[in-house]
Write a protein that binds this ligand. Structure first.
Ligand code: OSB
Ligand code: MG
Length: 378
C-alpha cells in the first residue's frame, strides 16, 4: 500500500437519541475521536476510536487516546512503507505497550485507505463472505421492568435477530424475567453485565441462568479469566467475553482456560482489524462462536464493524443496529438501515462503503489536529 503521509485527528460531539445506561455508567452525549489517513495521492481512509469519555468500560479514554495517537501511534504509522495494512498492527505492537483502542483507530483507517487505494470494498479485503449481516440490539438499562419489556417487544417487532439487555446487581432478575416474557420463550435473548458481578453473586447468576439466555456476557471483571472459567462450569448458559478480550493473545488464553464459550469481537477494542481477524480465525479453529460487538459508534465505526462481521466465522447476530437507533442524523451517507433484521454489506463501493458527510462533520467538530511525518506531539 502507499504510505500514509498525513493524519487528521478530530473529535466530534454527537448526542444519542436516548441515554444509554449500563452497569458501568450512562452515556447521552458522545465524544467521538475520528481519524483520517491520507496518502500522497490524496486517497483517504477513515477510522473511529471506540474509547469513551470515562475509563469505565476500559482504561482508555478519549483523552488518553488523543494523547497516545499524537505521541506514539502517528509516528509509527506516518511515512512508513507497509506492504499491506496487515503490517500496521504488528508494527504498532512492537513500538509500544497497551492503548489498543488508540492503535485500532489508526490501524483501521489504514485498512480503509488500503481498500480505497485498491478500489476494493473493505469487507472483501478482510476476507468477508456475507452480503448482509444479522443485527441484534443492545438495550440500555431502564427504570422499570415494564419499560424494558416494552422496548424488548418493540425490537422483536422491528425484526432484530437477537435482543440483549444490560444487567447489574439489583437490576437483574425482575428485568430479565420481564424481557424474557416480552420476547417469548424461544427468542434469542442475551444478558450483558459489563463486569458488574463477582463469584459471590452465584445465587443471582443462577436465577439469570434459568432465563436460558443465549449467553451471559462479561459477568465478572475484565482481568478475571479463571473466575469466568469457574462460572462457566457452574452455569448452563454460555459465557461470552467482551471487556476481557483486549488482544488475540488474551483471546487464546481465555479459550485455553475455558473462560469463553463465545467471544464478542470489537475491532476497536482489540487493536484493529488484524487482531480481530486473528481472534476470528483462532475461535473458528477452536469451535468458539463469535459475533461483532459495538461501542455506540458513528456510521464510520459501524462501517468497519459491518465489514468485519461479513467474515464467515461471525455466526451470531452482532450489536449492529441501524443509524436511527442511535442518532437523529448520522455522519455517513447513506445512513445505515436495516431490512429483515439485517444490514447490507456495501460491496458496490471501495473501502468502508459509505461516504462521510464532511459538511455535517465540520459542524460537529470540537477539536482537530493534523500530523505529518516527523511531528510527533508529546
Ligand atoms: O458492553 O457491549 C458493550 C456500548 C458501549 C460500551 C460497551 C457496550 C456497549 C453496548 C452497545 O452494548 C452496543 C451498540 O449497540 O453499539
Ligand atoms: Mg458488552
Amino acid at each position: 500500500m502507499n504510505a500514509i503521509v498525513r493524519l487528521v485527528l478530530r473529535e466530534i460531539a454527537l448526542s444519542l437519541r436516548e441515554p444509554f445506561r449500563t452497569a458501568s455508567g450512562s452515556t447521552r452525549h458522545r465524544r467521538i475521536l475520528l481519524i483520517e489517513a491520507f496518502d500522497a495521492d490524496g486517497a483517504a481512509g477513515w477510522g473511529e476510536c471506540v474509547a469513551e469519555e470515562a475509563p469505565s468500560y476500559s482504561p482508555e479514554t478519549v483523552d488518553t487516546a488523543r494523547a497516545a495517537i499524537s505521541a506514539w501511534v502517528a509516528p509509527v504509522a506516518l511515512g512508513r512503507r507497509f506492504d499491506g495494512p496487515e503490517q500496521v498492527g504488528p508494527a504498532l505492537e512492537r513500538a509500544f505497550r497497551g492503548h489498543p483502542m488508540a492503535k485500532a483507530a489508526v490501524e483501521m483507517a489504514a485498512w480503509d485507505l488500503a481498500a480505497q487505494q485498491e478500489g476494493r470494498p473493505l469487507a472483501e479485503l478482510l476476507g468477508g463472505t456475507r452480503r448482509r449481516v444479522e443485527a441484534g440490539i443492545s438495550l440500555g438499562m431502564q427504570t422499570s421492568p415494564d419499560a424494558l419489556a416494552r422496548q424488548a417487544a418493540a425490537a422483536v417487532g422491528e425484526g432484530y435477530h437477537r435482543v440483549k439487555i444490560k444487567v447489574a446487581p439489583g437490576e437483574d432478575v425482575a428485568f430479565g424475567f420481564a424481557a424474557r416474557k416480552a420476547v417469548g420463550e424461544e427468542f434469542p435473548l442475551s444478558l450483558d453485565a459489563n463486569a458488574a458481578y463477582t463469584l459471590d453473586d452465584l445465587a443471582v447468576l443462577r436465577r439469570l441462568d434459568a432465563l436460558h439466555p443465549v449467553m451471559i456476557e462479561q459477568p465478572l471483571e475484565a482481568d478475571d479469566l479463571s473466575g469466568h472459567a469457574r462460572l462457566a462450569d457452574s452455569l448452563e448458559s454460555p459465557i461470552c467475553l467482551d471487556e476481557s478480550v483486549t488482544s488475540a493473545a488474551r483471546a487464546a488464553d481465555a479459550i485455553a482456560w475455558g473462560a469463553a464459550g463465545i467471544i464478542n469481537i470489537k475491532p476497536g477494542r482489540v487493536g484493529g482489524h488484524g487482531a480481530a481477524r486473528a481472534i476470528h480465525d483462532l475461535a473458528a479453529e477452536k469451535g468458539i462462536p463469535v459475533w461483532c460487538g459495538g461501542m455506540l459508534e458513528s456510521g464510520i465505526g459501524r462501517a468497519h464493524n459491518v465489514a468485519l462481521a461479513s467474515l464467515p466465522g461471525f455466526t451470531l447476530p452482532g450489536d449492529l443496529s441501524p443509524s436511527r437507533r442511535y442518532w437523529k442524523r448520522d455522519v455517513v451517507l447513506p445512513e445505515w438501515t436495516m431490512a429483515q433484521g439485517c444490514l447490507a454489506v456495501p460491496l458496490d463501493r471501495p473501502g468502508i462503503g459509505v461516504e462521510v458527510d464532511r459538511e455535517f462533520l465540520e459542524t460537529l467538530t470540537t477539536w482537530r489536529q493534523e500530523l505529518r511525518p516527523g511531528d510527533a506531539i508529546r
